[in-house]
Design a protein around this ligand. Structure first.
Ligand code: SF4
Length: 378
């Protein structure tokens, strides 16, 4: 790119005037930056912020996270989705304590081998936490770079991704630190992401106010709305489920989910439904192995629940326990509310709150995980 130094100057000056306040921008602690970056990978800033604050208040450093029971970690992650991120972070914290004396390693080879650390997280933590010249490439950065060069590049194609990483690398400031402030490479990476989130947006980029408009080839060629090409949306698979919200003395029955996305999280027992299936009988069969009987009725509430590539409509059936209360076991518990002592799924949290309030069910939309956000940090 011609005049890379000028591009850097303009963007950094704009960033220092326009950057949003975010709690992880007030720290240089690599652990906290790591936590924030993991949370932000698939999640909007506004959603991630309260989770981040609770998480670092409860686990202020690597050692406290490594010591924690995984269930506690998942409980704090409950509702944020993509729970594998929390598992990886917890596992990685254990490795950092055992193999690196509790200090997040600044050696890229060591950090890159930790569970859940991909190229993006590596670049983000090394640049923002240690001031090392490592690039990042997320959806926002890729879009800005594709437009600056007017090249139809998308991270979804491996050859394009290689080119984008090389571009990001070539623009990176090499100076290690800016006196009294954040690391140069870290600040630069954040500036690129911020421009993509606030100005160079997927639709209707605000070129008139963009600090890079003089250098931008897409704008010069009138291609800012067509570069990069918009990826076709993946069709969601429709699924119908029913859950049994069995209450007893203000508590709600929850079971541990198994499977790729919600493994280890808790929510009311449920079944996937087939056309014409007797829902009441299907739910009774689900409860039977737990030794639980209940008089269930369809509450009429329907929850829309999206889990990677699946659009799930959940029928909420409610009722009181019949007969004796079976003891809570390894795979079922009675929870009082959406308290954070247990890792409830987003759906489980909503249903627990509803059970506690004893309110009439309403139609709602629980979002467990997003299939993919165009601009994860926006
Ligand atoms: S001039 Fe427009 S297209 Fe180019 S980087 Fe700025 S906002 Fe994006």
């Amino acid at each position: 790119m011609r005049d890379a130094a000028g591009v850097r100057r303009s963007l950094l000056a704009w960033y220092r005037r326009n950057r949003r306040n975010m709690p992880w921008r007030e720290t240089r602690d690599p652990y906290r930056i790591w936590v924030s970056e993991v949370m932000l990978q698939q999640t909007q800033v506004a959603t991630a912020t309260p989770y981040y604050e609770r998480f670092v208040a409860r686990f202020p450093d690597v050692r406290s996270l490594a010591r924690a029971d995984l269930g506690r970690v998942l409980a704090l992650w409950s509702g944020l989705g993509y729970y594998r991120r929390a598992r990886h972070l917890h596992e990685a914290a254990g490795i950092v304590v055992r193999e690196h004396g509790g200090r997040v390693p600044s050696d890229p080879r060591a950090f890159a081998t930790l569970p859940g650390v991909g190229r993006y997280t590596l670049g983000a933590v090394l640049s923002m936490g240690f001031g090392l010249p490592w690039p990042v490439l997320d959806g926002n950065v890729a879009r800005v770079l594709a437009r600056l060069t007017a090249r139809p590049l998308t991270v979804k194609r491996p050859a394009d991704a290689r080119e984008l990483w090389a571009l990001a690398e070539s623009l990176l400031p090499r100076s290690l630190r800016r006196a009294g402030g954040q690391a140069g490479p870290g600040e630069w990476n954040q500036a690129l992401m911020e421009l993509g989130a606030l100005v160079c947006t997927p639709r209707a980029p605000r070129c008139v106010t963009c600090p890079l408009r003089a250098a931008c080839r897409a704008r010069a060629l009138g291609l800012q709305d067509s570069v990069p090409p918009v990826a076709a949306r993946r069709t969601l698979l429709r699924v119908r489920r029913a859950v049994a919200c069995v209450r007893h003395r203000g508590r709600l029955l929850v079971v541990k989910r198994e499977g790729a996305h919600l493994d280890g999280l808790w929510e009311p027992p449920g079944v996937e439904l087939e056309r014409g299936q007797d829902v009441s009988a299907a739910l009774a069969a689900k409860l039977e192995p737990l030794g639980i009987r209940a008089r269930l009725e369809d509450s009429g509430a329907r929850e829309r629940h999206t889990i990677t590539h699946h659009d799930i409509t959940v029928e909420v059936w409610e009722g009181e326990l019949l007969g004796a209360v079976p003891r809570a076991g390894a795979r079922h518990r009675w929870v009082p509310s959406a308290g954070r002592s247990i890792g409830l799924s987003a759906l489980g949290s909503r249903l627990a709150r509803r059970a506690r309030a004893g309110s009439k069910p309403t139609r709602g939309r629980a979002r467990e995980t997003l299939s993919r956000r165009a601009s994860p940090r926006a």
